[in-house]
Design a protein around this ligand. Sequence first.
Ligand SMILES: [Zn+2]
Length: 305
Amino acid sequence: MLPRPLAYAQAPIDRAHHLRSDPAHLATLWSHPDARVLMMWGGKHLTTADAAPLPLPPTAIGPTPEQSIFLGLEGTIPVFAHDWGTAEEEPTGTPQDAVWRDLRENGPDLSGADASQHVYARGLILWHRRTNFCSVCGSGLTMTDGGHVRRCNNADCGASHFPRTDPAVIMLVTDGKDRVLLGRQASWAPGAVSTLAGFVEPGETLEQAVAREVFEEAGIHIAEARYIASQPWPFPGSLMVGFEAVASSETITVDPKELESARWFHRDEIKTFRDGWFAEGEGWALPRQDSISRFLILSWLHRPT
Ligand SMILES: [Zn+2]
C-alpha cells in the first residue's frame, strides 16, 4: 500500500483563459478537425466499454459551441465539455458499445491526465446545472465566456456569476509520534475510517478551520497544522485542502452528530488495514484509492522517521 500520486491534481490542460471571451475564436476551435468533447449525462461520463474516456467530435453535438464549455487546449487540440442533461432516456447520440460511468466509481482507474480533465469538466457542468437563477435579482442566467460565466438575463441587473468552489480542510492528525487520529461515520462500510474533514467557514483561515473541525468532531486540541497538498473534489464542488496537524491533547470526545467513532491508530496497525473500504476481508480499511485522505495517511506512514 505505497502512496501514489494524488489523483485529480495534475494540471489537466492549458486553460487558454484569453480565448474564452472571443466567440468567433471559440467557433473556429469548435470546427478544428481534432477537437473533442467530454460528455456528461445524468452526472455520468461517456466511456468506452473498457472504461477509457470516450470524447466525441463536436459534429456529434451541434454546429456551434454555444451550449458547450471550452476547457482549453491540449497542445493545439481544443477540448470542450458538454452536458446532455438529466433525462432518464439515454441520449440518442450515445455511440454503440459506449458506457456512461460515474467518476465516483471509475475515477481511481483513470490515468492522471484523464482523471484531472474529467474533474474539471464535471465541476463546471455541475455548477451550470445547479446555478439557474441570479442570486442578486432572481432572473434567469445565460452561459457566456466559453462556459466560465453565467450572466443575468435582466438588463437592469446584468450580474456575472462565476464557477463556485467550496474549500474544505481535511487533516491527518498525529500525536507527533507513531499514532494518527481516524474516524468513521455510521453510514460508511464496515471498518471504513478516514481522516477528519470539514468546510471552511467565512472569516476563518484554513489553519483555524483545521483546529475548529478537529475539536468539534473529536475534542482534540491542535498545536500546529502544516499544509500538504490540495485536490479538486467536484462531488459536487469542493476543493480539499490537505493538512497534517499535531495534537496537543490525547483524550477523544466524539460528537455523535458528526462521527460514530474516532480513535488513535498506531502505524503498525495501519499497515494491516484492508486496501480500500470495499476490499474483501474484515477489520479496518483505508479510504478509496483516489482520495486525499488516503494520500495523507500513506504519505505519513511511508515517510522516513
Ligand atoms: Zn440579476
